[in-house]
Design a protein around this ligand. Structure first.
Ligand code: NI
Length: 399
């Protein structure tokens, strides 16, 4: 609780998690973790605990993310963040509105327990604390991708990797599912070029605002009319529309950005084709032109849970939550860059409910009111420890 609240009060963004990463590294050192690497993926921290040396066990990766969000906190808790930053030129608050503060506290708890138990622990556990989960700056990789690029798995590739996210749901409840558990996410950008003119004489120009509005509307037919929703699902959202400087000027261009979410790659391919077709042809019908760019900020693949891991180790999660566990039927349309790790090695990602006891509904992650009940975090610690214990003992049985 103390660690979590300290992280919460001192949130940092993207790769700028310097204080946070310093505390993580200091704590790992204090627990006697065998190897500690800092500065991987700029500010990522990796700790390795080697278990008893007489058995060759498995290598298990456990991952937590460290970055906060440009959100002005409104929870009113005594340890609320008062940190502010300049975000895209606007002064804004910084808040652990996604609960990554809780993820770090949980994984540090696991590191402390396993450090004490290492004499009985077969195999090796790799603790991965990554920066920049919340989307990379344009033209850069996010934290997971960058750590992999810098050789995270080169010396030693885990046999499995486990990751977790807190959620505004029932206190201490754990859940996961085999197969896709979170969506792919990628941004697209459309620039519509018209012809500037006086707002009183539209016939002398080409209005990019009307063309862009028509494009935004027609993009909604991709999911509703073009995709076979019996096979899988998808979301197309336009989140930015910008144009103009003055009420009586028809501007020369309009700017749009949106996001694509899918659970299978073929849908993303089809959606990209449809977006291009609609943007270019709807613009043409308005005598404007549209240029479309995809994967503007890189993007995340589908977070895919290895079927065997998910089926075999759901009991480890259920035990951690005293049966307060369920297997989800549908994935979530949020995205996670844990997906990059799970592309390299079998991965299992699960969720932990952090509402206060007895509360069913509460503000979602990324809300300025997002609240984490510290007493729910214990089940996250137990879940990781059970997974390590069960996964390594299965290996020894097989061996
Ligand atoms: Ni998150």
């Amino acid at each position: 609780t103390e660690w979590r609240r300290d992280f919460h009060e001192n949130p940092e963004l993207l790769f700028e998690v310097h204080r946070t990463a310093g505390i993580v590294a200091d704590k790992l050192k204090e627990f006697g973790v065998d190897e500690i690497v800092t500065g991987m993926g700029r500010t990522g921290v990796v700790g390795v605990i080697n278990g008893k040396t007489d058995t060759k066990g498995r290598v298990i990766g456990l991952r937590a993310d460290m970055d906060a969000l440009p959100v002005q906190e409104k929870t009113g808790v005594p340890f609320a963040s008062t940190v502010t930053t300049l975000w895209e030129g606007v002064e804004t608050g910084v808040m652990h509105a996604c609960g990554h503060d809780a993820h770090m506290a949980i994984l540090l708890g696991v590191a402390r327990v396993l450090s004490d138990l290492r004499a009985e622990m077969p195999g090796t556990v790799m603790f991965i604390f990554q920066p920049a989960e919340e989307g990379a700056p344009e033209g850069e990789e996010g934290g997971a991708e960058l750590m992999l690029k810098e050789g995270l798995f080169e010396a030693e590739k885990p046999d499995a990797i486990f990751g977790m996210h807190v959620s505004n749901s029932k206190h201490g409840q754990l859940w996961t599912k085999p197969g896709p558990i979170m969506a792919s996410a990628e941004a697209f950008r459309i620039i519509v070029e018209g012809k500037q003119t006086h707002g009183s004489r539209p016939w002398n120009g080409v209005d990019p605002i009307i063309a862009a509005s028509d494009i935004a509307t027609t993009l909604q037919t991709i999911v509703s009319r073009r995709l076979n929703l019996l096979d899988s699902q998808a979301v197309v959202t336009v989140g930015i529309m910008k144009a103009g400087t003055r009420n009586n000027i028809i501007p020369s261009s309009a700017f749009m950005e949106g996001t694509i979410r899918t659970f299978q790659d073929s849908y993303a391919d089809q959606i990209r084709d449809e977006i291009k077709l609609i943007a270019e042809n709807v613009a043409a019908a308005h005598h404007a032109t549209a240029t479309v760019e995809f994967k503007v900020y890189g993007g995340y693949p589908v977070t895919f849970n290895d079927e065997q891991l998910a089926n075999k180790y759901s009991s480890s999660l259920s035990r951690a939550a005293d049966g307060n566990y369920y297997e989800a039927k549908v994935p979530r349309t949020g995205a996670e860059d844990f997906s990059f790790f799970a592309q390299q090695v079998p991965g299992l990602f699960f969720f932990l409910g952090v509402n206060s006891p007895g509360i069913d509904e509460s503000p979602t992650n990324h809300s300025p009111y997002f609240y984490v009940d510290d007493s729910a975090l214990t089940n996250g610690v137990k879940a990781f420890i059970n997974l390590v214990e069960d996964f390594s003992s299965d290996y020894n049985d097989e061996a």
